[in-house]
Ligand binder design. Sequence first.
Ligand code: 5GP
Ligand code: ZN
Length: 114
Amino acid sequence: MSCIFCKIAQKEIPSDIVYEDEEIVCFRDLEPQAPVHVLIIPKKHYESLDSVTESGEDKELLGHLMAKVHVIAARLGLENGYRLVNNCGEDGMQTVKHLHFHLLGGRQMGWPPG
Ligand code: 5GP
Ligand code: ZN
């Protein structure tokens, strides 16, 4: 398995993990773009949001991940708000081909994103 985020999920390479349960793991981004910048990933490998189906398993997993976002945000002190980002595919500028959501906070965000 050559996927770097699978390796992080399986602790084959180190990362700064801030939350973990059976289904998902959240760790600090190597190149933070905000005072708080973490990545939330399912442990199961999906290449991108395009790989998510309407199967019960996928819905349950993604629903679980979404329900944990505010728990993680609270743990990281983001009581004033935050941004959740998914970059999908080439136009979305996805660079790591394992589904992940960026959770950013600790500063005022801009809009529209670049
Ligand atoms: P993408 O551009 O695919 O949406 O985001 C990939 C993110 O993964 C980038 O923000 C990048 O800094 C981060 N990243 C890439 N490789 C590693 C790594 O080995 N460890 C950690 N913690 N973050 C990584
Ligand atoms: Zn993977």
